[in-house]
Design a protein around this ligand. Structure first.
Ligand code: C2E
Ligand code: MG
Ligand code: MG
Length: 460
């Protein structure tokens, strides 16, 4: 009987303790949190959700054994500092658990003062920032933290957890390495995100996505030489959703590869029509970072290009500077076979992604697009003017063509022309417009003096 009891205890122990950190595991957390929250309607307290930033990178670089030992050290530091913070100051028995992977969760029964919880969470963020020693390695991690209160934010453990998780997500989105306390505006944003995501899943099938075109001007001649294809989404209920709102979501929920392929197919089809009219125009299509992460990107893209019958030397693919820098080798491997077919490649939003010059010089890019934030502030700031000139000089040295984005005034245009930029895009000529309008614009021809007076009307 003794043996049996020992065995039962042993099984119980194993079922409730996380082997890596020695902390209570998720199952145990769930039991305890239900007791503390769901089954104690008069109780109050706080819940702190800790998510490590960059932990995956450490795991990938040093292996799981080191990763596990780091997690054990984080768990120890976390438990110790919470104990010290609470001891003697508050009547509270903190409960610390490992949730999943690199996530920890702390319940503080009786402690529901947001200021104190914020003080504790900020302390956690600061302490986690200090290096950990594993063997001879000095490892650095950071933490993003979300805090929720009960019963204020939720009456069940599940609800409180969801709030703490949403707050943590907000902390990550706000640049990581920080604490966010849950409030209703966070729930609203999360709900909106969810709604947009749900609608986005059916947007392609419901024909809600279209491609607009913004003319690209040859600075020397002032003539339209091509366009940039820009995605637009019009939902019957949500109205028109701007790309900065839905493209990151599409990336996260795995829809971007198919949406990206739609844009490419559609632009080539549209531009074939324009070419049949006798206009020798090029087109630039944006490629999202996640599209490169798929191994099939190169083959699928080549497939679409082949089917289109579009002259490939008239196509340019744009990749943002920051996504190139994430994994330059991978980008290199993926684009070389496409470039071998004659397609050109542009670095988009240049100046915002901290390229190393070395990477820039060795990557197979043809064009550099100067981010519009530089162009737009040129009038006010000498610094901006100098930066734009330096970028143009550098591009010339690297034998790359240059496109200046976001030109809105005649003054900006004159500067860029004098400094030798090759191409330009901006409201000075036209905002992105539907295909039919773009065709009309191409047939009519376009020059700045003409556009100057009309740009306000075109924007509407
Ligand atoms: P981007 O590729 O840098 O595109 C240029 C953006 O600047 C466009 O915004 C365009 O409307 C805007 N713009 C152009 N001229 C002016 C100007 O004179 N003044 C101002 N204030 N803005 C100007 P849009 O269409 O809202 O697109 C935003 C971003 O969304 C794009 O930045 C691109 O990163 C992304 N995006 C749009 N369509 C696609 C797509 O099909 N695929 C991918 N992966 N990303 C896309
Ligand atoms: Mg672009
Ligand atoms: Mg850009």
């Amino acid at each position: 009987a003794v043996n049996l009891r020992n065995n039962i205890q042993r099984v119980e122990y194993l079922a409730h303790v996380d082997g890596v950190t020695g902390l209570p595991n998720r199952l145990k957390f769930s039991n305890v949190a239900t007791q503390l929250i769901d089954l104690s309607p008069n109780a109050d307290g706080g819940m702190i959700f800790v998510d490590l930033d960059r932990f995956k990178a450490i795991n990938d670089m040093h292996g799981h054994v080191i990763g596990d030992r780091l997690l054990a050290l984080v768990a120890e530091r976390l438990s110790d500092l919470i104990k010290i913070f609470v001891d003697g100051r508050f009547q509270c028995k903190p409960f610390v658990a490992r949730f999943t992977g690199d996530e920890f969760i702390v319940v503080l029964p009786g402690l529901s003062d947001p200021d104190i919880l914020k003080e504790l969470s900020d302390l956690i963020v600061r302490k986690i920032r200090m290096p950990f020693r594993v063997d001879h390695l000095k490892l650095m991690v950071r933490a993003s933290i979300g805090v929720a209160l009960y019963p204020q934010d939720g009456k069940s453990a599940d609800d409180v957890l969801r709030c703490a998780d949403m707050a943590m997500f907000t902390a990550k989105g706000g640049g990581r390495d920080q604490t966010v306390i849950f409030d209703e505006s966070i729930r609203q944003k999360a709900d909106e995100r969810e709604k947009i995501e749900r609608c986005l899943r059916t947007a392609l099938d419901h024909d809600e996505l279209t491609v607009f075109y913004q003319p690209k001007i040859d600075i020397l001649t002032g003539q339209i030489m091509g366009s940039e294809a820009l995605l637009r989404w019009e939902h019957p209920e949500l109205g028109s959703v701007p790309p900065w709102k839905f493209i990151p979501l599409a990336e996260e929920c795995g829809l971007m590869p198919s949406i990206g392929e739609f844009v490419l197919r559609q632009s080539l089809e549209d531009m074939n029509v324009v070419r049949k009219q006798g206009c020798d125009l090029s087109v630039a299509v944006n490629v999202a970072p996640v599209q490169f992460q798929s191994d099939s990107f190169t083959d699928r893209t080549l497939g679409i290009l082949g089917e289109s019958g579009f002259p490939l030397d008239k196509l340019e693919l744009e990749i943002t500077e920051s996504s190139i820098m994430e994994d330059p080798q991978r980008v290199y491997r993926q684009i070389v076979p496409i470039r071998d077919e004659g397609v050109e490649f542009a670095i988009d939003d240049f100046g915002t992604g901290y390229s190393s010059l070395n990477t820039l010089a060795t990557m197979p890019f043809d064009t550099l697009k100067i981010d519009r934030s530089f162009v737009m502030n040129m009038a006010e700031s000498e610094d901006r003017r100098v930066i734009v000139q330096l970028i143009l000089m550098m591009a010339q040295q690297l034998r790359m063509k240059t496109v200046a984005e976001g030109i809105e005034t005649r003054g900006q245009y004159d500067h860029l022309k004098a400094w030798g930029a090759n191409f330009a895009q901006g409201y000075l000529w036209s905002p992105p417009v539907p295909f039919a309008a773009f065709r009309a614009m191409v047939s009519a021809g376009l020059d700045v003096d003409d556009a100057d007076g009309r740009s306000g009307e075109l924007r509407a």
